[in-house]
Design a binder for this molecule. Structure first.
Ligand code: IPD
Ligand code: CA
Length: 270
């Protein structure tokens, strides 16, 4: 299928993301029943679940033959090489507290490679879109990664996984190393927005560990289409089966990976 032929899939992804936006806007910061999943800081609300059901119905109606992998409703495989990856609310903790940094992230992958992306931030509002080979856009404007060449001039973001509570130093060492080497490291609380911001040049790089395919599938495509680089911590091109990501504007990639790996190898204090 040529990239032109994927326009109906992109339209379906955008429709589904916008469909749940009023729900997200209405319930952000309001009293909701909050449950925990794998850890006390891995949160889910009834709005996450309801939004994913709506997205799932909408996408499945448009493309019944495709597989589906969502954070809240799980995995359905089909004979099709195409599979949707959906996070109905990326940034659930922010959503619960009413901090306007969350989004709906939808990607379509073919044989595990993202080919269509739609990320909708309902509070700004900003719609990030891409089709493989046809560029990345925010609200219709073409995206390019930043041109920053030196780490000391760069701005970064990262996220901490639930595992942070067991082994904080493992995650704090790279955080400190980047905070000391760059303009700053932010923590937005949404992996998909972090990565989308690399695609549009607001951030120069992002790393994140214990990340899920629904968090990164759409944004990986945005960054590649915007001229950036997305790899593992060893520099190998990231695949959706990986649980970590290192993304930059490309120019900073090698130097930044050296900083990360040097920081991580430092022995853990007891
Ligand atoms: C989480 C957020 C967070 C990131 C976690 C994700 P959720 O997604 O993106 O920033 O650090 O790895 O799981 O739980 O809000 O969908
Ligand atoms: Ca989520």
């Amino acid at each position: 299928m040529s990239s032109n032929d994927l326009r109906p899939q992109l339209a379906a992804a955008v429709r589904a993301a916008k469909l749940v936006a009023p729900l997200l806007r209405r319930w952000a910061g309001r009293p909701l029943s909050v449950r925990t999943k794998c850890s006390p800081i891995d949160l889910v609300t009834e709005v996450d679940q309801r939004a994913e059901r709506l997205v799932r119905q909408s996408l499945t109606k448009a493309f019944p033959e495709y597989g589906f992998y969502g954070e809240e409703t799980g995995h359905t495989t089909t004979a099709s090489p195409y599979q949707w990856y959906v996070d109905p609310i990326d940034g659930t903790t922010n959503f619960i507290h009413g901090l306007p940094m969350f989004c709906t992230s939808i990607a379509l992958a073919r044989h595990g490679v993202p080919v269509v992306a739609a990320i909708y931030d309902p509070t700004r509002p900003e719609l990030f879109t891409a089709i493989r080979g046809r560029g990345a856009f925010v609200n219709g404007r073409r995206l390019r990664v930043s041109r920053v060449r030196r780490l000391q001039d760069s701005l970064w973001s990262t996220g901490f996984p639930s595992e942070f509570r067991r082994t904080p130093h493992k995650f704090l060492r790279p955080f400190a190393a980047f905070q000391l080497t760059t303009h700053a490291v932010r923590r937005t609380g949404s992996a998909a927005l972090n990565l989308a911001y690399v695609a549009c040049g607001r951030l120069d790089g992002v790393w994140e560990e214990r990340i899920w395919p629904w968090d990164m599938a759409a944004a990986m495509l945005l960054i590649r289409e915007a001229g950036g680089r997305v790899t593992s911590m060893t520099g190998r091109a990231t695949q959706l089966v990986d649980d970590h990501v290192f993304a930059t504007n490309g120019r900073l990639h090698a130097a930044a990976l050296r900083v990360w790996n040097r920081a991580r190898r430092y022995p853990t204090p007891c």
